[in-house]
Design a protein around this ligand. Structure first.
Ligand code: PMT
Length: 402
């Protein structure tokens, strides 16, 4: 069940073009079970009509600070007390500046000043406005006071420019809000996750790879972030958008992934090896494109270094979780990997079937550790990732409490 069920979210909408996305955000928050009250600044009403938010939230929209009727219905103090969380999306540069200084000349900023609950901002503005030292200074100051900042994201902007400044997508904001409200099982933990395939060059245009899409690893990264962890995601080449809050390290080959993961491992509390790392790579990659003159050709391969086993045997190793992709005898092969590589936990999936495993939207896992096991039945990779992160955090906490 979503943590949003029954929660009171006060959604503040300030005056930017991204306000149109806040309609979808309202819908998603309501669908997730929360009760939403929208407060708009006057400028916001130039972009979206209050009636749209009223229809989507099922609640009246509040606009004016000094409206005697509204103050009688639900004034700024009552609105501030009603909320479990205040979410400002979009948050303009102007609103951030006001919040920093504590100006309360209209309803939304007055509510923020009176708030005793978490405040989270999803900034949205032109990229130059975002990178302006004044805004950066305001963002750092607000963040230092414990106000959450979601994004902004990078990409094309309504003004035609490109850069950091887009409002995060409603689904990402919704997930992040759950993180702020939820029980954070990995609070204070840092998690390193490898994801996706590797590419082993044969020549400048050809390579050996596998069917990994990166979905399992990327969902795990998001689930770990939602559980309160700081996440570093070392990713092979995939076509997925990484979680906005992850520290992304892109690699291509097994050797590059080895260097990145082993270099970072001792700076993290937990390592999860979801990547489908090539077990073999060509001994030499040709410098020029190989011509198709011969009828057949041999490529000599050599074993790649085992990242997982190396991490699990470091002197100050993180809590190490391996994956096992097996077509048969899933549990017994996985148990052998758990023991031989000296892992803390193994998550095994059956591959080569129509459902689950590589490049599928769903997965099922058999998870084993010293003294325990659990089956996670076929579900979306999103759900499997949340379940696996909970198992990891329980076992990690149990190991570190002894
Ligand atoms: O990316 P998706 O399309 O969502 O698919 C998800 C997945 C099927 C790739 C994932 O769930 C999974 O099973 N990942 C591990 C794939 C794999 O390479 O399994 P393996 O049994 O060959 O390797 C065992 C473990 O050793 C893995 O944790 C792997 O990351 C690690 N390994 C392997 C070789 C190597 N040189 N270094 C390693 O660290």
């Amino acid at each position: 069940m979503s943590i949003l069920v029954g929660k009171h979210i006060l959604l503040g909408v300030t005056g930017g073009i991204a306000a149109y996305k806040s309609c979808e955000l309202t819908r998603q928050l309501v669908l997730a079970g929360s009760s939403v009250r929208v407060v708009m600044t006057r400028a916001a009403t130039s972009f979206v009509a209050p009636l749209s938010f009223q229809a989507l939230s099922g609640n009246p929209v509040s606009l004016e600070l000094l409206d005697s009727e509204e103050e009688l219905a639900m004034g700024h103090i009552q609105l501030a007390r009603w909320a479990d969380l205040i979410l400002i999306a979009p948050a303009t540069a102007d609103f951030m500046a006001k919040l920093r200084v504590g100006i309360a000349d209209e309803l939304l900023s007055a509510i923020c000043l009176a708030a005793l609950v978490p405040i989270v901002l999803a900034p949205a503005m032109n990229q130059a406005m975002w990178s302006n030292p004044a805004t950066q200074d305001n963002a750092a100051c607000l963040s230092g006071r414990g106000i959450g900042l979601l994004g902004p994201a990078e990409g094309g902007q309504a003004c035609g420019e490109t850069g950091l400044g887009r409002m995060m997508e409603p689904a990402d904001i919704c997930r992040a809000v759950q993180k702020y409200l939820g029980k954070k099982s990995l609070s204070g933990c840092s998690v390193l996750i490898s994801a996706g395939p590797t590419r082993e060059a044969i020549d400048p245009v050809r390579y050996l790879t596998n069917r990994s899409s990166g979905k399992m690893g990327y969902h795990l990264a998001q689930a770990a972030i939602d559980a309160g962890a700081k996440v570093t995601l070392v990713s092979g080449p995939v076509s997925l958008l990484p979680p906005v809050e992850a520290n992304l390290v892109r690699v291509e080959s097994a050797a590059e992934m080895f260097d990145a993961v082993v270099g970072l491992a001792t700076h993290h509390d937990i390592y999860i090896g979801t990547a489908a790392v090539a077990d073999y790579a060509p001994i030499v990659a040709a410098n020029e494109k190989i011509k198709k003159n011969a009828e057949s050709m041999d490529i000599r391969l050599t074993r790649t270094r085992d990242i997982l086993a190396t991490v699990a045997n470091l002197p100050s190793k993180p809590y190490t979780v391996g994956f096992a992709a097996e077509t048969d005898q899933v549990e017994s092969y996985a148990l052998a990997k758990l023991k031989n590589k000296r892992l803390d936990m193994i998550a095994a999936n059956r591959v080569g079937q129509p459902q689950g495993g590589f490049d599928s939207e769903e997965n099922a896992l058999w998870v084993g550790w010293n003294g325990g096991e659990k089956k996670l039945t076929m579900a979306s990779k999103h759900v499997i990732a949340i379940q696996l992160i909970e198992l990891i955090s329980e076992n990690y906490r149990a190991k570190h409490s002894t």
